[in-house]
Design a protein around this ligand. Structure first.
Ligand SMILES: [Zn+2]
Length: 103
């Protein structure tokens, strides 16, 4: 368990790290529960990193926390079932919601 005592150790916040070949996208996953038919949208920050052999590692984050991919595990917010299906995926560029309001 780590508390916030280590803040400042990472200089990531100030500089937008545009180096390296890893990229981040915000993706919205529409999910459907197979048990209660509830549908909802879940937003993930997806980090992709190329690995050897043309494979890409995908890491899913929510609230800066590494979470299981929606393909492998998701939980229904209504009935807590983990029998969940991915309906569709929508990539949403960062900041597009802010921009659509102004101007
Ligand atoms: Zn459900």
């Amino acid at each position: 368990m780590r508390l916030a005592s280590e803040t400042g150790g990472l200089s990531e916040a100030g500089s937008h790290g545009r180096f390296g070949s890893s990229c981040e996208t915000i993706e919205r996953y529409r999910l459907a529960c197979r048990r209660c038919s509830h549908r909802w949208t879940s937003q993930y920050l997806v980090r992709r990193r190329p690995r050897g052999g043309g494979r890409v590692a995908e890491l899913f984050y929510q609230h800066d926390t590494l979470v299981p991919s929606p393909w492998s595990f998701a939980e229904c917010p209504r009935c807590s079932a983990s029998w969940v299906r991915v309906v569709s995926v929508k990539p949403s560029p960062v900041g597009v919601e802010e921009r659509s309001r102004t101007k």
